[in-house]
Design a protein around this ligand. Structure first.
Ligand code: ADP
Ligand code: ZN
Length: 525
């Protein structure tokens, strides 16, 4: 911290030790806490387990008044409040799980100024009479947990969060801190807009998990591919994710038959069985859990050495969260994805059934990002981090692409052609049109728009449309271009585009892979 350190920051460090028993802040915690103490609005993007709670709990203890913490899940509220109470903090919650009397008691404590923190569900908070009461009380801060719930672009939109956009104006003097673990670029912008945060300080923690090695295999004989992988991990803990309960059961049976200590876990099993499997896994009595995504919430097992995706996850958020269960202890771990065409078709089929057009578009975008990850010719970690708004073009050395690189070529000129073309098109068109202009295609659309007169028309005849597609995807993965999900996936510049256009950056690109059947499926712009 520099000279802008808040005078009460010393108190914050002291509380860290006395209330929580920790010696030092982690990652960006100290900076965030300092900003909130200074009365500034903050947006915090931090992976699960990163330590978001302290970022608002400590300022809540330092600043006078009661902190209002908005949280969507009653169970989580209860956990947080019991943990705080156990540490001697005056905290409580106010939600629909309380009966009339208990709710009254909480309100009395609130009015008497006895609470440092009050966890509230959005429904209760937005109740007019409650809001009016709050305005008469000293409020230290508002913390909006799971802030992505406010965005329709996020994966967990909650209508009751939608109303929270008006909160900011009601409490002009109170700092707001919005926190989430999952937000791609579009969701992030949307959260900032919707909450009307006031010149927020944006704190984005790294999503990198350097000890996890990412590998994608083309799925052809999944049972054999899985077995071959598992024999390289004898007696190690791991999770295998499959999409359906039926598949989970099948794979678990196959593994047991082969002598692996494996069990199935999915929401269709009785609660007692699930509990037993969970415990056996935690206690290392079994090595492998074959599971649907139902398995994972609340698993805090440090020595998970591998996570396998037997089927394609629906989106990168899910993939990241699931693979993130490996290697919590920081030791080398592996994430293997079996990627097959059949899975892509299945996923497409389910998306087609969605009736809400906007939702359908969003799911399609998320699926194509997932497919692009699986088909990536650039470092997979870059693809992941770029997706979470952390662009990097330095290869990681710990993924299958880095360890077994495709043949590379000097891609600077090609990249500049793409960027110039995007520029000439005023960042108003998608991948397909940009490539048609580059290749000088003679289509009705181009003639209607008079794009054959652009200076970049036909400057890219040296590559096929398929090769250009591969180049543009790589530029997206490397953070030199982005597809604007809120604007028909039009190609837009990023903060890095300018330097590449001006020739300040050298760029190696990979030759396109042989044209696979997937290409037509995964490019829908
Ligand atoms: P998140 O909400 O980001 O998922 P939590 O706030 O629940 O993360 O924190 C995850 C874990 O890390 C908790 O067990 C928490 O007590 C612990 N933790 C948080 N900050 C620190 C710190 N500065 N030092 C040590 N442990 C910490
Ligand atoms: Zn890599």
């Amino acid at each position: 911290l520099d000279t802008t350190q808040h005078p009460h920051f010393v108190t914050a460090s002291h509380l860290l030790k006395t209330v929580y028993g920790y010696d030092s802040f982690r990652g960006q915690q100290a900076d965030i806490i300092n900003d909130v103490l200074n009365g500034q609005d903050c947006f915090v993007l931090m992976p699960t387990g990163g330590g978001k709670s302290l970022c608002y709990q400590i300022p809540a203890l330092v600043r006078p008044g009661t902190a209002i913490v908005v949280s969507p899940l009653i169970a989580l509220m209860q956990d947080q409040v019991s943990a705080l109470k156990a540490n001697g903090v005056n905290a409580d919650y106010y939600n629909s799980s309380l009966d009339f009397q208990a709710a009254e008691q909480v309100l009395i404590r609130l009015h008497n100024g006895e609470l440092d923190m009050l966890y509230v569900s959005p429904e209760r908070l937005l109740n007019q009479s409650f809001l009016q009461q709050l305005q008469t009380l000293p409020i230290s801060l508002f913390a909006i947990d799971e802030a992505h719930c406010i965005s329709q672009w996020g994966h967990d939109f909650r209508p009751e969060y939608h109303q929270m956009g008006s909160l900011r104006q009601w409490f002009a003097q109170v700092p707001f801190i919005a926190l989430t673990a999952t937000a791609d670029f579009a969701t992030r912008q949307d959260i900032l807009d919707k909450l009307h945060l006031n010149e927020p300080k944006v704190h984005i923690s790294s999503f990198d998990r350097p000890n996890i090695q990412y590998t994608v295999l083309e799925k052809n004989q999944p049972a054999q591919q899985l077995e071959k992988f598992l024999v390289k991990h004898p007696n190690q803990s791991g999770v295998i994710y499959a999409l359906s309960r039926k598949r989970v059961e099948e794979v678990a049976e196959q593994l047991k038959a082969k002598g692996f200590k494996a069990k199935a876990y999915h929401a269709g099993l009785p609660a007692e069985i699930r509990q037993i499997v969970h415990q056996q896994f935690i206690r290392d009595e079994i090595d492998i859990v074959v599971a649907t995504v139902a398995f994972g919430m609340g698993i805090d097992k440090p020595n998970v050495r591998f996570v396998v995706h037997y089927d394609l996850p629906k989106n990168i958020e899910g993939y990241y969260q699931e693979t993130g269960r490996a290697g919590r202890d920081g030791l080398p771990s592996e994430a293997l994805l079996l990627f097959g065409m059949q899975d892509v078709s299945t996923a497409k089929y389910f998306i087609e059934q969605i009736s809400n057009e906007q939702q359908k578009m969003l799911e399609n975008f998320k699926l194509s990002s997932m497919i692009n990850f699986a088909e990536a010719l650039t470092c997979r970690r870059n693809v992941l981090l770029n997706y979470f708004g952390e662009p990097s073009h330095k290869a990681c050395g710990n993924c299958d692409v880095c360890l077994n690189p495709p043949q590379l070529f000097d891609g600077k000129i090609a990249a500049q052609k793409v960027l110039s073309c995007v520029y000439r098109l005023n960042q108003g068109f998608g991948l397909k049109h940009v490539i048609e202009v580059l290749r000088g295609a003679d289509t009705d659309r181009i003639r209607q728009l008079n794009h054959q007169t652009l200076s970049t028309y036909g400057i890219g005849k040296e590559y096929s449309a398929h090769e250009w597609q591969s180049i543009v995807r790589q530029l997206i993965h490397l953070g030199f271009l982005q597809q604007d999900i809120q604007d028909y996936q039009k190609l837009k510049f990023t903060a890095l585009s300018g330097d590449l256009l001006k020739g300040k950056i050298e760029l190696q690109l990979a030759f396109a892979k042989k044209e696979l059947k997937t290409s037509s499926l995964s490019s829908n712009s």
